[in-house]
Design a protein around this ligand. Structure first.
Ligand code: ADP
Ligand code: MG
Length: 642
C-alpha cells in the first residue's frame, strides 16, 4: 500500500458545513432536484472526457459509449448515480468536494448573514446563485459514498469518499476497474419514495430529458397481478438497461417542439442555476458558417458578475462535442451574464483558445449573437416592461458598460438603458432615452443629466433648480459606471447629452440671454470682489441662470472634468487633474443682494467663503478645511444678533 492509499478523515472547510446545512434546510421542499444536480454533474463529466479524448483517444479505455446509469437497492435503501465520464483523482476529490472553491462562497455567506433570519424561500434563492449542486445529495441522504477514478489512471487509482455531511469526510484510495464516478446515496428514513423506480423515472424525464447522453435504468418486468403473488424470480445475471431520457441535444431539436419547461430545465443544467431564466433565443444558422445558438438571459445576477474570471458563460460545442466555457469569446463583456450554447458545424474539433482569438467564424457568431441578445432585450422591453424592469434591476449596471465597449451597437444599447430622472418616481431606473425624447420641451435641444454619488445628492442638487422651474427633465446618474457611460455616450438620436453642472448653461431659446448679459454687466464689481477673495480656488465667478433658491453653485468648465468624476477617481487612488470650478451666483437671492451692499471687507470675505463652501457641500463635495467653515459660519450667526 502506498502512502497515498491511506484512509484519512478530513474536516470540511468550515463554509462547507454551513452551506450544507443550509442546502438541506432550504431546498427540502424541492428535494427531488438532487437527482437533477447529480445527473447534471455526470453529464458534465462525460463532456469533459469527450473533450479531453479529442487529443488523447486512450482515455476512452475501450469504452467509448458514454452513459449515465441510475439504479436502486431497496434492501440497502440506496440510490446510485454512475457515469463513465472523466472521473476524479484523489486530489481533485479533496479540492472539489471537500471545499467550495468559488470565491463567491464567502460573499454568499455574508449575504446570508446580512439577511438575518431570512426565510427558507429567500435562502433557496440565494443558494440558487451558487453551484452547490453536489451537496444537494444530502437533502435526501444521511450518508453519501462516492467512488471515482480519473480516466487514464490505472485501476489502482480509484478513490472512495464518504461523508454523513456532518463536518467530516473520509477519503481512501481503492481499486476501481471502470473510469468515472459512482455516487451512492444512503437515503434518510423518510425518503422511501425514491426507492421506487417509476418515481426516479418521472424525475428524470421532468428534469433531465434534455441531457444529451443516455440515462439508463434497469428494465422493470411488467408487473401483472398474478406475478406479484408468486415467488420473486431470481434476479437475472445481466440486468437489462433501458434508456429513460430522450437523449438528444436540446438545442438541435426543432424550436416548435420544445416546451418552456424543457427550455427552463436545460437552462438550469448549463447555467448551474436553480432558478428559471427570464428569456431565451434559439436560432439555427445555415450557409457557409453553420451553427446553432441557444442563449438565455438569467433571472438573477450571479455573485461573481463583477469578478473578472467567470466560470459559466456561453458554452462552445463543435458538432455536439463540448469544447469550452468561453463567455468572453462568444459574447462582449457587457453581456457576460448571458448563458447558453453555441454549437458550430464548421469549426475544427481541435479548436484551441488561441485559434478562437483570431477566428473569423467565431467573430461572426459573436457579432450575430450580440445582435440576437439586443433584439431579445428590445422585444422584452416592448412586450413586457415589468419583466424588463426585473432584468434591468439585475443587469442594468453591466449594460451601462455597453456604449463604451460596443461601438457598433452603441445606439441600440443606449436605447435599452433606463434611468431615474427628475420626473420618475423614486430612485428606481425606469425611464428610457426614447421616453425622455418624447417628453422633451418644445424648444429643448439637449438631453440633460446630473452625476452624483448618491440619489439624494443628485435629486436635491442646486444645479437642478432652473430645470425644475422650467419643467425640463434631467437624468439622475448615481452609479459609478454612469460617469464612464456619459464619457462615451455623447448623443442619442441626434440629441447631445449635456451635464447640468458643466459649462455655460444654454437652454437655447428657453433662455433670456440678453437679460443675463445685462445683469452680469451691472454686477461686474460684485463678481470681481468675490473672485478677489477666493483667488485660485475658482476659475471664474459669474452670474448664474441655473439657480432659483440657492445663492450659489459650482460648475465645471465645458471641457474640464466634472467634480463627481474628480472625487471618484480620487477615491480610487487615481490621479485626477484638480481643475478649479467656476462659481456661479444667483443675483436674485437675498444673501447675494446683501453681499453686494456689504462694505465691511472682512465680512464680505467671510460671506464669499461660506457661500463657496456651501456650494461645495451641496453638490456632495468635501471641504478642505471644515473647521474654518464652521468658525466663519458661527461668526456670521453671532453678527446676526448684534
Ligand atoms: P458545479 O457543477 O456547479 O461545478 P457541483 O457542486 O455540482 O458544482 O460539483 C462540484 C464539482 O465536483 C464539479 O465542478 C466537478 O469538478 C466535481 N464533480 C461532481 N460530480 C462529478 C462527477 N460525476 N464526475 C466528475 N467530477 C464531478
Ligand atoms: Mg453541478
Amino acid at each position: 500500500m502506498t502512502l497515498d492509499a491511506h484512509k484519512e478523515t478530513l474536516e470540511f472547510q468550515a463554509e462547507v458545513s454551513q452551506v450544507l446545512n443550509l442546502v438541506i434546510r432550504s431546498l427540502y421542499s424541492n428535494k427531488e432536484i438532487f437527482l437533477r444536480e447529480l445527473i447534471s454533474n455526470a453529464s458534465d463529466a462525460a463532456e469533459k472526457l469527450r473533450f479531453e479524448a479529442l487529443t488523447d483517444d486512450a482515455l476512452y479505455e475501450e469504452d467509448p459509449e458514454l452513459e449515465i446509469r441510475v439504479s436502486l437497492d431497496k434492501e440497502r435503501r440506496t440510490v446510485t448515480i454512475e457515469d463513465n465520464g472523466i472521473g476524479m483523482s484523489r486530489q481533485e476529490v479533496t479540492e472539489t468536494i471537500g471545499t467550495i472553491a468559488s470565491s463567491g462562497t464567502k460573499k454568499f455567506l455574508e449575504a446570508l448573514g446580512s439577511k438575518g433570519d431570512s426565510d427558507a424561500a429567500s435562502q433557496s434563492q440565494l443558494i440558487g446563485q451558487f453551484g452547490v449542486g453536489f451537496y444537494s445529495a444530502f437533502i435526501v441522504a444521511d450518508k453519501v459514498t462516492l467512488v471515482t477514478r480519473r480516466a487514464g489512471l490505472g485501476a489502482e487509482h480509484g478513490v472512495r469518499w464518504e461523508s454523513t455531511g456532518e463536518g467530516a469526510y473520509t477519503i481512501e484510495t481503492v481499486e476501481k476497474a471502470g473510469r468515472g464516478t459512482a455516487i451512492t446515496l444512503h437515503l434518510r428514513e423518510e425518503e422511501d419514495e425514491f426507492l421506487e423506480s417509476f418515481r426516479l423515472r418521472s424525475i428524470i424525464s421532468k428534469f433531465s430529458d434534455h441531457i444529451s447522453m443516455p440515462i439508463e435504468m434497469i428494465k422493470e418486468p411488467m408487473p401483472s397481478a398474478e406475478e406479484e403473488e408468486k415467488e420473486k424470480p431470481e434476479q437475472p445475471e445481466q440486468p437489462e438497461w433501458e434508456q429513460v431520457n430522450r437523449g438528444t441535444a436540446l438545442w438541435m431539436r426543432n424550436k416548435s417542439e420544445i416546451s418552456d419547461e424543457e427550455y427552463n430545465e436545460f437552462y438550469k443544467h448549463i447555467a448551474h442555476d436553480f432558478e428559471e431564466p427570464l428569456a431565451q433565443v434559439h436560432n439555427r444558422v445555415e450557409g457557409t458558417n453553420e451553427y446553432t445558438s441557444l442563449l438565455y438571459i438569467p433571472g438573477r445576477a450571479p455573485f461573481d458578475l463583477w469578478e473578472r474570471d467567470q466560470k459559466h458563460g456561453v458554452k462552445l460545442y463543435v458538432r455536439r462535442v463540448f469544447i469550452m466555457d468561453e463567455a468572453d469569446k462568444l459574447m462582449p463583456h457587457y453581456l457576460r451574464f448571458v448563458k447558453g450554447v453555441v454549437d458550430s458545424d464548421d469549426l475544427p474539433l481541435n479548436v484551441s483558445r488561441e485559434i478562437l482569438q483570431h477566428n473569423k467564424k467565431i467573430d461572426t457568431i459573436r457579432t450575430a449573437s450580440t445582435k440576437r441578445i439586443l433584439g431579445l432585450l428590445e422585444k422584452m422591453a416592448k412586450d413586457d416592461s415589468e419583466k424588463y424592469q426585473q432584468f434591468w434591476k439585475e443587469f442594468g449596471r453591466v449594460m451601462k458598460e455597453g456604449p463604451a465597449e460596443d461601438f457598433a451597437n452603441k445606439e441600440r444599447v443606449a436605447g435599452l438603458l433606463r434611468f431615474a430622472t427628475t420626473r420618475s418616481e423614486g430612485r428606481e431606473e425606469t425611464v428610457s432615452l426614447d421616453q425622455y425624447l418624447e417628453r422633451m420641451q418644445e424648444k429643448q435641444e439637449k438631453i440633460y443629466y446630473i452625476t452624483a454619488d448618491s440619489y439624494a445628492a443628485a435629486s436635491h442638487s442646486p444645479h437642478l433648480e432652473v430645470f425644475k422651474k422650467k419643467d425640463v427633465e434631467v437624468l439622475l446618474l448615481t452609479d459609478r459606471v454612469d460617469e464612464w457611460l456619459v464619457s462615451h455616450l455623447h448623443e442619442y438620436n441626434g440629441k447631445p447629452l449635456q451635464s447640468v453642472a458643466k459649462g455655460q448653461l444654454d437652454l437655447g431659446d428657453m433662455d433670456d440671454k440678453e437679460a443675463l448679459e445685462k445683469e452680469a454687466e451691472e454686477h461686474k464689481g460684485l463678481l470681481e470682489r468675490v473672485k478677489g477673495v477666493l483667488g485660485e480656488q475658482v476659475k471664474e465667478v459669474r452670474v448664474s441662470n441655473r439657480l432659483t433658491d440657492s445663492p450659489a453653485c459650482l460648475v465645471a468648465d465645458e471641457h474640464d472634468m466634472g467634480a463627481n468624476l474628480q472625487r471618484m477617481l480620487k477615491q480610487l487612488g487615481q490621479d485626477a487633474p484638480q481643475t478649479p470650478p467656476i462659481m456661479e451666483l444667483n443675483l436674485q437671492h437675498p444673501l447675494v443682494e446683501k453681499m453686494d451692499q456689504e462694505v465691511d471687507e472682512d465680512r464680505f470675505a467671510d460671506l464669499s467663503r461660506v457661500l463657496f463652501d456651501q456650494a461645495t457641500l451641496a453638490e456632495g463635495g468635501q471641504l478642505e478645511d471644515p473647521a474654518a467653515f464652521v468658525h466663519r459660519l458661527n461668526k456670521l450667526m453671532l453678527s446676526l444678533s448684534a
